[in-house]
Design a protein around this ligand. Structure first.
Ligand SMILES: [Zn+2]
Length: 443
C-alpha cells in the first residue's frame, strides 16, 4: 500500500477528540498516522495561527513528553533509564492505545515517531559526545553502546507492546563540520568509542584531533573582525582541509554513526515484526538550507535498511529559516562573509542547485530598482536597508552597466582590485553557466 502519512502532535488527539481528529485527517486521504510517542510538545504559537480550520482550537497548556507506556523490564541492566511520562497536560494518556481502534476502523496504520528526545536524567551524561580536546558536548554520541542499547529497548518495547505497522525516527543535528563552521559551536565526537572506530578505519587520531582544533580556531577567527587570513575565507578553508584531510574522514564517520544506529533500530523492529516499515525523518536544514549538512546526508547509504525516507520540506517556515541561516550562519562573519548579501545568496543558490529566482534572474528594469536581498531584509525587519557601498565596489549581480548604482555592500579589502573597477560579472561555476544571468564574481 502506498504510504500517505501525517505526523501529528499527540496532544491534538486529545485536544480535538480522537474521532473528530481522525475524521479531519481522513479527508486528506491519509492512511498512516505518525503520532509522537515521545516529545512533540506544543508549538508555542497562537492557536488561531496554528489551526483555524480544525473547528477545535488547540490548547496552550504545556503537555507531557511521553505518550506511550514502555516496559521497564526491557531496560533492566541498562545504564540509561526507562522513559516515564513527565508532568504536563495529558500525563498518563497512552496515545497508541487511544488511536488503535479508531485508526483500525478507518484503515489507518500506526507508525509512532520519536525525534531523538531523551529523559531529563543525569544518567544520560554518560553517553555525551566529546570535542577534540576531550571536553563533553551537549549532544549524545550515536556510537556509545549504552545509547544504542537504550534505543533498541525503546523500539523493542514499542513493537512488543502495541500492534504497529512501523516506526519513524529522526535526529535533528548537523555534523561536526556544520556545527563548527555554520552554527558556531564545537563539534565532535572524540569519545573512546569514536576513537576506536577511527583507529579501525585507519584514521590517524592525533592528526584528526589537531585538524579539528585548527578548524575550531579557523571558525573563531572567521567570526572575529580580523580573521581568518589575508587570503580570504574560501581559500583559507581549502588550505586547512588539504593540510588536515582527516577532518573530512572524521565528519563522514560521524554521519555513519547515525546510519549504524538507524540500522540497529530497523533490525530490532523487524526481529519482532519482519514486515515493519521503518522510516527516517530528515531535518530541514539537511534537506534544504545547509550545504555541509546536505552533503553529509547521504540517502544512498540509507537505502539498505530503510522502508522510506521523509525529507522535511516544510513550506511555511522555509523562508524564515533560510533567511536566518544565510544571515547568521553564512553571511555575517560566516563562510560567505567575503561575498556580501546578494552574491552570497546567488552563490548559495548555485551551490545547492536551486532553480533561478525569476524576479532576480531576468530583471529587465533599472538596475537601481532590482530586488536585492538587502531590500528583502529591510522589508522583513522593518528597518532601513544598510547604506550603499562606495562607488567602485562590485555592482549587484545581474547588473552589467558600469553606470548602474551599486547595491551590494563593500567588498572586503583583500578582494578589491583598485585598478580595474567596476568588476565585470563572470561565471562562477559550471552549474551557473547555463543561467540567463551570470554569477558576478571578482576576477
Ligand atoms: Zn563518540
Amino acid at each position: 500500500m502506498r504510504l500517505a502519512g501525517i505526523q501529528l502532535g499527540s496532544y491534538s488527539v486529545y485536544d480535538e477528540g480522537v474521532e473528530r481528529c481522525l475524521d479531519h485527517i481522513a479527508q486528506a486521504g491519509v492512511n498512516t498516522l505518525l503520532p509522537y510517542a515521545v516529545g512533540g510538545g506544543r508549538m508555542g504559537l497562537p492557536s488561531a495561527v496554528l489551526a483555524p480550520d480544525h473547528g477545535v482550537m488547540p490548547g496552550e497548556t504545556p503537555v507531557t513528553d511521553v505518550w506511550v507506556r514502555f516496559d521497564p523490564a526491557l531496560f533492566r541492566g541498562l545504564a540509561l533509564p526507562c522513559p516515564q511520562p513527565g508532568p504536563g497536560q495529558y500525563q498518563g494518556e497512552d496515545v497508541l492505545e487511544t488511536l488503535a481502534e479508531p485508526a483500525r476502523r478507518r484503515g489507518m496504520r500506526l507508525h509512532p515517531r520519536i525525534l531523538a528526545h531523551y529523559p531529563k536524567d543525569p544518567a544520560f551524561s554518560q553517553v555525551r559526545a566529546h570535542a577534540a580536546d576531550g571536553s563533553p558536548l551537549p549532544a549524545k554520541c550515536w556510537r556509545h553502546p549504552e545509547l544504542q542499547a537504550w534505543w533498541a529497548a525503546v523500539v523493542e518495547s514499542l513493537f512488543r507492546g502495541y500492534d504497529l505497522h512501523g516506526f519513524h525516527f529522526g535526529d535533528e543535528r548537523a555534523g561536526p563540520l556544520s556545527e563548527i563552521l555554520v552554527w558556531g559551536r564545537r563539534g565532535g565526537c572524540f569519545c573512546e568509542h569514536c576513537q576506536a572506530e577511527g583507529r579501525r578505519r585507519g584514521i590517524d587520531l592525533e592528526r584528526a584531533r589537531t585538524g579539528f582544533l585548527a578548524l575550531e580556531a579557523f571558525a573563531k577567527s572567521m567570526r572575529s573582525q580580523t580573521g581568518p587570513a589575508s587570503d580570504g575565507v574560501g581559500l583559507s578553508l581549502l588550505r586547512l582541509f588539504m593540510k588536515h584531510p582527516e577532518v573530512l574522514s572524521w565528519d563522514r564517520m560521524w554521519i555513519e554513526g547515525r546510519f549504524a544506529l538507524e540500522r540497529r533500530i530497523a533490525e530490532t523492529a523487524r526481529a519482532i515484526r519482519p514486515e515493519a516499515e521503518i522510516g527516517w525523518h530528515i531535518w530541514q536544514y539537511a534537506t534544504t538550507f545547509d550545504p555541509l549538512a546536505k552533503a553529509a546526508q547521504d540517502y544512498g547509504s540509507m537505502t539498505a535498511y530503510s522502508s522510506y525516507l521523509k525529507p522535511v520540506v516544510y513550506h511555511d517556515i522555509a523562508g524564515p529559516r533560510l533567511r536566518g541561516m544565510l544571515t547568521e550562519g553564512f553571511l555575517n562573519q560566516g563562510l560567505y562573509r567575503d561575498l556580501g548579501p546578494d552574491l552570497g545568496l546567488e552563490f548559495h543558490r548555485c551551490l545547492l542547485g536551486w532553480e533561478p529566482v525569476p524576479a532576480w534572474r531576468n530583471w529587465s528594469g533599472p538596475a537601481s530598482a532590482r530586488p536585492t536581498l538587502r531590500g528583502k531584509w529591510a522589508a522583513a525587519s522593518g528597518k532601513s536597508a544598510p547604506p550603499a557601498p562606495p562607488a567602485g565596489s562590485m555592482p549587484a549581480s545581474g547588473s552589467t552597466s558600469p553606470s548602474a548604482t551599486p547595491t551590494s555592500p563593500a567588498i572586503p579589502k583583500h578582494f578589491r582590485k583598485p585598478s580595474a573597477p567596476p568588476w565585470e560579472p563572470e561565471p562562477m561555476a559550471s552549474s551557473c553557466a547555463g543561467n540567463t544571468t551570470k554569477c558576478a564574481s571578482p576576477t
